[in-house]
Design a protein. Structure first.
Length: 66
């Protein structure tokens, strides 16, 4: 969510996820599109598991270290 600020509700939910009782799950993908722009289909996401925020910095977007 590249427009999320640290003071927004979503930002605070991420930063304070343990205190607020939220579980964070990390999914990644190599690139948005497989085979270039002409093929037009999305890469699959790979589930890496539950994570906890170790550190964060910046604002709009916030950069997280898990």
């Amino acid at each position: 969510m590249n427009r999320t600020t640290q003071m927004s509700e979503d930002g605070q939910n991420m930063i304070e996820h343990v205190k607020r009782g939220f579980n964070l799950h990390l999914l990644v993908r190599k690139s948005a599109l497989n085979g270039g722009l002409r093929s037009g289909y999305s890469e699959n996401f790979i589930y890496l598991g539950k994570v906890k925020v170790l550190n964060y910095e910046g604002n709009n977007p916030i950069t997280f270290q898990f």
